[in-house]
Design a protein around this ligand. Sequence first.
Ligand SMILES: Nc1ncnc2c1ncn2[C@@H]1O[C@H](COP(=O)(O)OP(=O)(O)OP(=O)(O)O)[C@@H](O)[C@H]1O
Length: 472
Amino acid sequence: MEDDDLRLTWSKILTALTQDPGVTAPLYGFASLIEPKGIMAGTIYLEVPNDFTRSMIEQRLRTPLLIAIGLLGIDAKITTFAIVVNPDLGAPSAPDELALEAEPENRNPPTAPTIMAASPETESRLNPKYNFDSFVIGSSNRFAHAAAVAVAEAPAKAYNPLFIYGDSGLGKTHLLHAIGHYAQSLYPTIRVRYVSSEEFTNDFINSIANNRGAAFQSRYRNIDILLIDDIQFLQGKAETQEAFFHTFNTLHDHNKQVVITSDLPPKHLTGFEDRMRTRFEWGLITDVHTPDLETRIAILRKKAEREKLTASDDILEFIASKVTSNIRELEGTLIRVTAFATLNREPINLSLVQTVLKDLITLDEDNIIAPVDIINNTADYFRLGIDELTGTSRAQAIATARQIAMYLCREMTNLSLPKIGQLFGGRDHTTVMHACKKIAELMKERRSIYNQVTELTTRIKQGTAYAHNGIH
Ligand SMILES: Nc1ncnc2c1ncn2[C@@H]1O[C@H](COP(=O)(O)OP(=O)(O)OP(=O)(O)O)[C@@H](O)[C@H]1O
């Protein structure tokens, strides 16, 4: 069959798919990643860029494709299809004309990005810890993970935007960074930028204040993948939303990938204009849930392996059965258990874990800890003024107290790193990250630090319990 005939046949198949009500926009996204290669003995041979796309097509598009082939009639001499993976297809190249041709008006077909040469001044701001290798897949996050991989493998082709939502501490930020790392490993010249919505807001405000609007625009528009975290933070911020709206449109119009995370799905986000929410719904919306016991154990196991901890499966299972709602808390528990065992030169056994868990909080809806309680208690405990604790002094004792307070804010509240940074005199999120890492390490090395963190946790927890019971 001639090339033109093949393309015509394939475009008829795509058109039939667009008319199939069972083929949703994201599913259609997979179909448009297909490159038809030829027809032989009644089979149309199709190439796709990766295994994930192949398995999605085989699982979800098999019947619609066979129906579409059937609609071609017997003259077409095709009865079935076969799929072959060709990784070269994944390399973003020229826009996929075929997909555009078959594009129905109301869809946003994925087209290949034209990747710009990497520029040294574009820093991606990715955290090396958060990659796909360190991400544990379970039923709570399987779909979000698969979508994240697909986006990294074929940016702006499969789903654009990809919108991931879910409660705090369930891996959304981790997935965002993992997309960035994986895309960079596949396409070394790709330009990726991770930004939290707080940072985007601050950046925007500063750019206006300093008359540097052009630099702001180029920072966010001359990229191939924008990863924007915790979009709910833009709620009610009309001007920043406007800036984001234009950034989003520019990127989307130029076939650049946008990935967004949020604590709520688009339609439940309040304080956003409808046009903004509609855009969030253009691509694929997926969520992450609370992990089940098996996944929590697997996460702890992976974490223990990475940190070279010797904790038996029983122990990991015990911790996973006690800390159920939040992965950040799960990790925090492991840090404390390890620190306690190292300090006391004891093996990690059940009674040790029970001792540590007694001092720990579990966050639940009735027991919300306000950052101000953490700051007040920490200042009081170290006999410092609030201004000193949140100020700029680098005196050792004050700096350590400040780092402990930041660590506790991270562990005991749902606040993001930039938000914690803001509470402590407008510090950068990397400073907070550094503080958390430092305290986790110091807890293992210095008993005094371990004790301070534990005592403070108890005080804060008790304060919250009293407040909850109406005792002041
Ligand atoms: N599936 C997973 N496998 C391994 N680690 C995970 C997984 N999910 C989450 N984590 C870890 O749990 C911690 C919290 O995850 P993360 O910061 O990504 O949550 P989040 O959903 O973005 O929360 P928030 O909305 O509060 O920002 C991180 O250290 C992350 O590495």
